[in-house]
Design a protein around this ligand. Structure first.
Ligand SMILES: Cc1cc2nc3c(=O)[nH]c(=O)nc-3n(C[C@H](O)[C@H](O)[C@H](O)COP(=O)(O)OP(=O)(O)OC[C@H]3O[C@@H](n4cnc5c(N)ncnc54)[C@H](O)[C@@H]3O)c2cc1C
Ligand SMILES: NC(=O)c1ccc[n+]([C@@H]2O[C@H](COP(=O)([O-])OP(=O)(O)OC[C@H]3O[C@@H](n4cnc5c(N)ncnc54)[C@H](OP(=O)(O)O)[C@@H]3O)[C@@H](O)[C@H]2O)c1
Length: 393
């Protein structure tokens, strides 16, 4: 998926033919929590180009024009180069700044500091050099393809997929960057399906978080480290066959379920798939539009998703048509009934369940499932439900 794949490209948040300069913000912090919907504000093209030199309009003559143009070029991200590059041609993500920074060129640039010209002259402009990484034998170095900020504490990003990188839908992998002395890596669920050409992630922005306080500032073309050994329990292999698959997610726990929902194999295994995404605020409902539309833009799964996917977003700290924690939806029966087929309760005879998100939610629901007769499964021993604790809290 990704470059050149027509359907997958349409799934990029906010992607609309003819619109330029989307999906990137120079200042993630400028995004508000109060957007009230899943469609974040987008800066206009002028804002993306960044501020013009302060003396623009005062200087005259050819020398001034050349200097001005050099400064503006310095503010703009570099263009991709090379024939056949994924950024060329019809890829809607193709735009200046989406290109890979080749490690050799990047290394040559690295010693130059932000705001410095050649020879160390201060340019006095806010030049943002792309994030570069020294090679690490344990990790692949991958270029960021796109970044999308949902709000001030949540964003999505995609990186190129190394040719040798294999994973099963629902797995997680280490992702990170160099902190100046060593690689700083964290576990991240892959939100793309196993056949995808790029690897997408959904990330929290933890204030003062060692990784995410930096990761949230990445831009297309920056380089990240990617682990080589994806693993995880939220995979089809951890479950025995059933007819209804319930995917219960809080916050960024949505990520592995996006992967499963984008994989046709999931629809082949289960008659109905019910995704419940519980978040505090409406703007936390990442991918809400696409999920509400039952992945209609994804040609690989749209026919199956239309008939088999049921999306239940619930918001706990703002008004919304569905509110309350996952347990509340189960307890008061709102989760069941048409268009869902089958009994108005969770039943180990037909239901399979996956849990991802807060540890407290997982502990509570796991206990409840055990009392209902559900057994926890694993890769080695598939059973009725599978869990992944994404974070402590
Ligand atoms: C198997 C696994 C899969 C994971 N998948 C994802 C993922 O897809 N997306 C993602 O954003 N994170 C995911 N995480 C968490 C991730 O590894 C990091 O903790 C997160 O990126 C924050 O890193 P940090 O260094 O900034 O802060 P850390 O020092 O790692 O975390 C600081 C604190 O922030 C809180 N926190 C951390 N991550 C989250 C989160 N995702 N949601 C809410 N609160 C959190 C916790 O209270 C934690 O103690 C996963 C963790 C595990 C173990
Ligand atoms: N989301 C935000 O608006 C926001 C803003 C600033 C900072 N943060 C910080 O970001 C971090 C993660 O926040 P987050 O909103 O992604 O994750 P979160 O706090 O885990 O909340 C996500 C969803 O999980 C629900 N939940 C929490 N505990 C549960 C449990 N035991 N059982 C069932 N459901 C449960 C929450 O409901 P409840 O609302 O009922 O708890 C909410 O709907 C937190 O440290 C938070 O302080 C979040």
């Amino acid at each position: 998926m990704g470059g050149g794949h027509p359907g997958r490209a349409l799934l990029v948040p906010g992607a609309r033919p003819g619109l330029r300069c989307r999906r990137r913000t120079r200042d993630p912090a400028a995004l508000s929590d109060d957007d009230g919907g899943a469609e974040p504000r987008r800066p206009d093209c002028a804002a993306l180009r960044g501020p013009l030199p302060p003396d623009r309009g005062r200087r005259r003559g050819r020398a001034a024009r050349v200097a001005g143009s050099r400064r503006r070029r310095a503010l703009l991200p570099r263009r991709r180069t090379g024939a056949g590059h994924p950024g060329d041609g019809a890829d809607p993500r193709s735009r200046p700044g989406c290109g890979r920074v080749r490690p050799a060129r990047a290394a040559a640039r690295a010693p130059r500091q932000r705001g410095q010209g050649r020879g160390g002259r201060a340019l006095n402009v806010p030049v943002r050099l792309p994030l570069v990484q020294p090679d690490q034998p344990a990790f692949d170095t991958v270029a960021v393809r796109w970044v999308h900020h949902w709000n001030s504490h949540l964003f999505s990003l995609a990186v190129e997929r190394p040719r040798s990188f294999r994973f099963r839908s629902g797995e997680f992998v280490l992702l990170g960057l160099h902190d100046g002395s060593r690689p700083l890596m964290r576990a991240y669920s892959i939100a793309s399906a196993a056949y995808a050409e790029e690897l997408e992630f959904l990330s929290i922005k933890v204030e003062h978080g060692p990784l995410t306080s930096r990761l949230q500032r990445i831009e297309p073309g920056d380089l990240l480290y990617l682990g080589r050994k994806p693993t995880g329990t939220l995979v089809a292999d951890a479950l025995t066959p059933g007819s209804r698959l319930f995917l219960f997610a809080t916050g960024t726990g949505l990520a592995p379920f996006l992967s499963l929902l984008r994989d046709p194999d999931t629809y082949d295994r289960f008659a109905q798939i019910i995704l419940v995404h519980s978040v505090r605020r409406v703007s936390d409902l990442a991918w809400r539009d696409q999920l509400t539309g039952q992945l209609a833009d994804d040609p690989l799964v749209r026919d199956q998703a239309l008939l088999q996917l049921l999306y239940v977003p619930t918001v706990t700290r703002e008004p919304f048509h569905t509110s309350g924690r996952i347990q509340a939806l189960i307890d008061d029966g709102r989760l069941f009934g048409p268009p869902l087929h089958g009994p108005a309760r969770l039943d180990p005879a037909i239901d399979r369940i996956m849990l991802c998100g807060s540890s407290a939610m997982i502990a509570d629901l796991s206990e409840r499932l055990a009392t209902l007769g559900f057994e926890e499964g694993s890769n080695a021993r598939p059973a009725h439900f599978a869990v992944e604790r994404a974070f402590v809290g």
